[in-house]
Design a protein around this ligand. Sequence first.
Ligand code: KG4
Ligand code: ZN
Length: 335
Amino acid sequence: MLILGIETSCDETSAAVVRDGREIVSNIILSQDVLHRQFGGVVPELACRAHEESIIGVIDNALVDAKIQLSELDAIAVVNTPGLIGALLIGVTTAKTLCMVLDIPLIAVNHLYSHIYANNLEYKNISYPAISLVVSGGHTTLFLSKSETECIALGGTIDDAAGEAFDKVSKILGLGYPGGPVIDKLAKQGNKDAVTFPRSYLEKDSFDFSFSGLKTAVLYYHRGQNLDASRLKTPHDQRIADIAASFQEAVIDVLVNKAFQASIMYDAKGILVGGGVAANSRLRQRLHERSKERNIPVYYPSLRLCTDNAAMVAGFAYKKYLEGDIAGLDIEAIP
Ligand code: KG4
Ligand code: ZN
């Protein structure tokens, strides 16, 4: 069965063709990073205009790469929640229109579940129940996954998402947008123990997260050090690298500790990590180390499948299709 996936929830326009929920036949991802960089974050109005301009071309490219015609598709899947409302509407309207014209089923996909499913595209033997951690620019959520499709939220961020904290701290340090990849790289040259930033665990046994206090701590520390980017010879000053590494370690400590704590509490057979921040090399290293210590498998997707992409959408949709979970053409985009 060939499903076309469409993803426009934030700042990537993506379309992919996936066979039987597993085989990625094509996966086109058009990033809007360049567009938003000058503003230091995603500008919703610009994001939806850019999706509108490029969605048809991106779908065309996904079909060309897959060497198929529109008429060969068996179903179309689209992310309808959560995300930026204007951005979601472009994908949802395009998917509905195609399904109506082609007379094929429409499958509505939750963006967060699709991030978790990115792991199922790459690993065949994941056992359940599992703990799933979605860490992206808009979300930091821990789930109990009972199966590939059934997820129960255990907790989430009460303020900034992990990726958002990376992006904002990057802006504070004068490192640009998106912040995750640049902090990841720079932190390798920094000393993670240089500054002790706060780790917020909230109440005992809470699976909620809070990163805004950490962000503010970085802001005040940076101000106090008089490290204005315009005065530095290079933003890759050692002191900036030390702050980046210390900040990154604080985020990762909380993510890793909470994910493993949940895995013990729910007797999980594995931990699945997804979303843009799952691309972070230090997070992957720490997860790998703890996985060995605790003897519980940890899964994270390859880099291209961590950040937003439509292959994970089309893959997840196949499982929903098998369960008979087909959407009506009246589905809404829900931010
Ligand atoms: O999942 P994603 O592509 O979009 C959302 O659903 O939000 O995630 C984007 C986020 C951005 O905040 C970006 O800074 C972060 O993922 N990110 C990273 C890395 N690569 C992307 N964060 C930390 N380390 C990385 N290597
Ligand atoms: Zn995402």
